[in-house]
Design a protein around this ligand. Structure first.
Ligand code: PXL
Length: 277
């Protein structure tokens, strides 16, 4: 049976993130994606000025109520960037409406990066996002998001394993499911992810690609979910996703793009990694 995901994110028309990353990556991996757009922006909010923002909060519940009437079932519910407290509340409603025993709820608490929250978010929003993470089977924060949700002070990388131990202990109180923290730099020149599953913590390290690229968190989370729904273990899917990001960044450098990564031309590589070719 083909797997089906409900993807609740915004559409940033230019910038290669949220739904413009989740849709192609999951679809290429053979998964049916049903988007529930939360907003339409002309660009993402990182590095652009004057972007438009068409709020679609009012449309979220009518869309999913229709899904419910049609008795559509989902193998996974995947949320990313949510623009307001109301959207977080609706996301909780959506999970309550559609979560069945074997539905994988992935919450990517998109809120910030490099020690700073994105435009429009504050500490109280981080608290609310943490309360959404309580309903998740897996959460995928970067270090900044993990620090804001746990109240641990953000420090500049490289981080220590003690730092992650503190964050993870607090995150476990927020989410009883799996925890994957991205941007886990333990040494200069390296990056990676921390995976916490069944009480065990593991580190996956990769060579750090220079430069700062938007949307890599969304590409990572979508790839991780593609791996999980194709039957890979959390560690295997984490490795596939962690290895895919530097491939995308290297491809991007060839083109000199700054606003997102060239993941599209790396999809054949991803399909090889997922053993789908
Ligand atoms: O990549 C995460 C993201 C998603 N959606 C919007 C964003 C960002 C990051 O800046 O601004 C609208």
């Amino acid at each position: 049976m083909q797997k089906r995901v409900m993807a609740v994110h915004d559409i940033s028309c230019f910038g290669k993130c949220s739904l413009t990353a989740a849709l192609p990556i999951l679809s290429a991996a053979g998964i049916e994606v049903c988007p529930v757009p939360t907003a339409i922006l002309s660009t993402h909010t990182g590095g652009f000025e004057g972007y438009t923002f068409e709020d679609l909060t009012h449309n979220m519940l009518p869309v999913v109520k229709h899904f419910k009437e049609l008795d559509i079932k989902f193998n996974s519910i995947y949320s990313g960037y949510l623009g307001s407290f109301k959207q977080i509340e609706y996301m909780k409603t959506i999970i309550s409406m559609f979560k069945q025993q074997d539905t994988l709820v992935m919450v990517d608490p998109v809120m910030g990066d490099n020690g700073k929250l994105y435009a429009g978010f504050d500490m109280s929003f981080a608290k609310e996002m943490a309360s959404l993470c309580k309903m998740a089977d897996i959460i995928v924060p970067n270090v900044t998001e993990a620090a804001f949700m746990t109240g641990v002070k953000y420090i500049n990388p490289p981080f220590t394993t003690d730092y992650f131990d503190t964050i993870i202990e607090r995150l476990k109180k927020i989410c009883a499911g799996d925890i994957v923290i991205t941007g886990a730099v333990l040494k200069k020149g390296q990056t990676g992810v921390v995976i916490c599953h069944d009480g065990n913590t593991e580190y996956i390290t990769e060579k750090e690609s220079e430069g700062m690229y938007h949307g890599t968190g969304d590409v990572f989370a979508s790839t991780l979910l593609a791996g999980l729904l194709n039957g890979f273990s959390l560690k295997e899917a984490g490795e596939i996703a962690a290895k895919f990001i530097p491939v995308c960044i290297e491809k991007t450098k060839e083109l000199g793009v700054f606003y997102g990564v060239n993941f599209e031309q790396c999809i054949p590589d991803l399909l090889n990694k997922l053993k789908l070719t």
